[in-house]
Ligand binder design. Structure first.
Ligand SMILES: C[S@@+](CC[C@H](N)C(=O)[O-])C[C@H]1O[C@@H](n2cnc3c(N)ncnc32)[C@H](O)[C@@H]1O
Length: 403
């Protein structure tokens, strides 16, 4: 095997790696890592080896990710496949042992950096497996990853294994591709907390249910009872709406701009005949418009879920979710009953939890609104986070109670 190149890294990267951050982003140092090297040894300012990195020269932002900081590094690369298999086994075994995951057919088997498998995410969707790469480094290890998963779940056939390239930049956002037949599309139903959902693989970037929000959905059950009227803004395929109905909510209104997702939601409702569709209303329009309409119609709610995309465009300008919250909170407040709750999500690592909370407190102050923070929501269960790695802690939710 060729000797692994030893490369100096940026002083900030040295600090970050020491504090547990596993990424090397693009800078004058990382842009000069030898392009053809699969691995790089990161050297500190005193030329001491400090980390073994997996290298991705074509990634726009994240040029390399830490595989290990435990010296010596040569044996780690010589036995890389065995190390990869051991980490996969460990991550998957943890989920298999977790009894709290038994109520879901959808959960993460591997959650990237927090499982010491940087840029590698694996979902179990009933008897399908979706393997997601956030770095093209893993392309070379596709078959090892697939075989390791199939050794643990011998019933899962090749045609039920899917690979997907994902990432923040457009060129990294690809549809899931089937391992046995690249033209294959798949539609099936999965169960979560006693509800059925339609999942589509091969035809859209996201498959119809956000698994990273499952534990949050479960937590919110404490806020919904037969007296609760629920508004679900940015509802996507309606996971929160169905869950609220299952919990017996009196009335649920779902809003999404996309006719495709509202139709998907209706199909999901159809899969669950025990839910009373007469208690559900779907509005295909923007959340902003819906809030105006609902106020004009003198509708009132006890629980409003607001989960906007982290940034959106109206065709002319891009607005980040956090910037739109002043207007959204003001409008939501007008249709929220006293003692009611609003759950406001922010789906980005670019704003930290404390910064998000401070921004919302400032907005409430400016609008002279009296709310109490009841609960903070974050990733959990099968989606662990890593200390010192804010990028992996992207989901933030605040439950605010109207006083
Ligand atoms: C992050 S997803 C919401 C996920 C959903 N809360 C769930 O848990 O399944 C964002 C959704 O917002 C919708 N959307 C984007 N802009 C919108 C707008 N201005 N008004 C309403 N919906 C919008 C998209 O179509 C998409 O379904």
């Amino acid at each position: 095997m060729n000797k692994i190149p030893e490369c100096l890294i940026h002083p900030i990267s040295i600090k970050l790696i020491r504090s547990g951050h596993p990424w090397i982003t693009a800078d004058n140092f990382s842009n000069r890592f030898p392009k053809t090297s699969e691995f790089v040894i990161a050297m500190d300012d005193r030329k001491r080896p400090m980390a073994l990195l997996i290298h991705d020269p074509n990634h726009k932002n994240v040029k390399a990710r830490v595989w290990t900081t435990k010296y010596p590094f040569e044996p780690e690369t010589q036995h890389f496949t065995a190390g990869l298999q051991a980490r996969l086994d460990l991550a998957i075994e943890k989920r298999i042992q977790d009894v709290t995951l038994k109520e879901r057919e959808n959960f993460y088997l591997v959650f990237g950096e927090a499982d010491q498998l940087p840029g590698l995410f694996i979902l179990k969707l009933q008897n399908r497996i979706l393997i997601q790469f956030f770095t093209s480094f893993w392309n070379k290890y596709k078959s090892i990853i697939q075989t390791t998963v199939q050794e643990i779940f011998p019933d899962i056939k090749d045609e039920n294994i899917w690979f997907q390239m994902r990432g923040e930049t457009r060129e990294l956002q690809k549809l899931p591709i089937n391992a046995a037949d690249s033209g294959r599309r798949d539609e099936f139903h999965i169960q979560e907390f006693g509800l059925q959902y339609l999942i589509r693989l091969g035809s859209s970037y996201d498959h119809g249910l956000y698994t990273d929000m499952s534990s949050v959905r479960f937590t919110l059950k404490n806020f919904i009872n037969p007296e609760t009227k629920v508004l679900n803004l940015y509802c996507y395929t309606g996971a929160f709406s169905l869950w609220a109905m299952k919990l017996g909510a009196k009335q649920v209104t779902s809003v999404d701009l996309s006719p495709k997702y509202i139709e998907w939601l209706q199909q999901n409702l159809g899969l669950n005949p025990e839910l009373n569709s007469a208690q559900h209303e779907a509005l295909t329009m923007s959340a902003e418009e819906a809030l105006v309409k609902l106020r004009a119609d003198e509708k009132k709610f006890d629980f409003i879920i607001c989960d906007p995309p982290s940034s959106s465009s109206d065709g002319e300008k891009r607005t980040s979710a956090i910037k739109s919250y002043k207007d959204l909170i003001s409008k939501m407040d007008k249709i929220l009953n006293p003692k009611g709750h609003m759950v406001i999500f922010l789906n980005t690592h670019q704003v930290s939890g404390p910064k998000y909370e401070k921004t919302i407190q400032d907005i409430l102050g400016e609008l002279k609104l009296n709310y109490k923070l009841s609960l903070r929501l974050t990733l959990g269960q099968d989606c662990p986070t890593l200390k010192g790695f804010p990028e992996g802690n992207y989901l933030k939710g605040l439950v605010l109670e109207k006083l």
